[in-house]
Design a protein. Structure first.
Length: 340
């Protein structure tokens, strides 16, 4: 049953149509604070993700109480139970930033416990407590916030063409200490050297607390936090020919050249020529020395330079951060491109 849910979850992310609905948001005017509000389509997708992942994560009725424990739990499923290296655990420790800010509304307190930041992905762990008589156990997977918005102190996206951003809930439920715990993953399609790792002051706005399609507690919670600037190692490759499908011609199998490939601990970026905009590289991931493969979970593409005539840039994020010292290649369909 767990495999069934995992496969279904993968299909949710693999759907190009759903991804476009969730991710397609017009980039706001440059030099204004970056704001991301979950649209109706994205909210529906987030609820679907909760329904699917909640069952796998809450088989014991509990969810991880910390971001590190969630990463380790997910790694066990990804590696097929082969264990996790000390280097991988150390990476999680380096990436996780403790926050601990809280806001209370209507007797309900929401605490932003911690964050993990990558080039284009931001994980935010929330704890919810207070006067509200919240459902416990497996049924607690149905909690989420109706209106979620991240505001950055300055624009992280310096490209002028329309981009995209989105949010989802990898899990929600009761943790070992009896507290309602939620993990939100915010992602943004960035290009070139633009990165959330440059460091930002940011504010997380949360609207009504929902239980399924019902309002559990009306209100608004405002949580200010700081993304500390940091540097991550990057593996680069000038170009590679990979299998793809032409979405303009009935998903015909083709090959496409990826240029300026940039692999980080949290994702991959590359560009294609304008004429190959519709050549979507086959679903892939990053391959580690011990045979573990961490697949991409989602992402987006956009123009750089002039629309329709510039370069087509893609930015995808891994399901989990990976220790780059263990990376030996990247997979596209049945092709593995070595990275040395």
């Amino acid at each position: 049953m767990k495999n069934l849910y995992r496969e279904t979850f993968d299909e949710v992310h693999a759907s190009d149509t759903l991804r476009r609905e969730v991710w397609s948001m017009t980039k706001q005017e440059q030099n204004t604070p970056k704001r991301c509000r979950v649209p109706a389509a994205a909210l529906a997708a987030a609820v679907l993700v909760l329904a699917l992942t909640g069952t796998t994560l809450a088989a014991s009725g509990l969810v991880p109480g910390s971001m590190k424990n969630w990463f380790i739990q997910q790694w066990a499923g990804t590696s097929g139970g082969e264990g996790i290296s000390a280097e991988q655990v150390a990476l999680f420790d380096r990436l996780i930033q403790e926050v601990g800010v809280s806001d209370t509304c209507g007797g309900v307190t929401v605490t932003l416990d911690s964050i993990t930041c990558g080039d284009s992905a931001l994980w935010l762990l929330l704890k919810v407590s207070g006067d509200l008589d919240m459902v416990q156990g497996e049924a607690a997977t149905a909690y989420y916030f109706h209106d979620t918005e991240v505001v950055f102190s300055r624009e992280p996206d310096r490209e002028d063409t329309p981009g995209g951003s989105g949010m989802e809930y990898p899990f929600s439920g009761t943790s070992e200490d009896g507290v309602q715990t939620m993990l939100i993953r915010y992602t943004i399609t960035l290009t070139g050297t633009d990165s959330l790792l440059d460091g930002y002051d940011a504010v997380l706005h949360l609207g009504d607390l929902m239980y399924g399609d019902s309002v559990a507690q009306e209100g608004e919670w405002v949580l200010s936090f700081k993304i500390e600037p940091s540097k991550q190692e990057v593996l680069t490759l000038e170009s590679a020919e990979v299998p793809a499908h032409d979405h303009e011609n009935g998903s015909e199998a083709v090959t496409t050249e990826l240029r300026d490939i940039r692999v980080s601990a949290t994702g991959i970026r590359f560009i294609q020529i304008a004429e190959q905009q519709m050549f979507a590289p086959d679903q892939g991931g990053v391959v580690l020395a011990d045979g573990t493969e961490v697949s991409r979970a989602g992402g987006g593409s956009r123009w750089t330079g002039e629309i329709s005539t510039g370069e087509w840039a893609s930015d995808y994020y891994w399901k989990l951060p990976v220790d780059l010292s263990q990376v030996v290649g990247i997979r596209f369909g049945g092709t593995v491109i070595p990275l040395n």
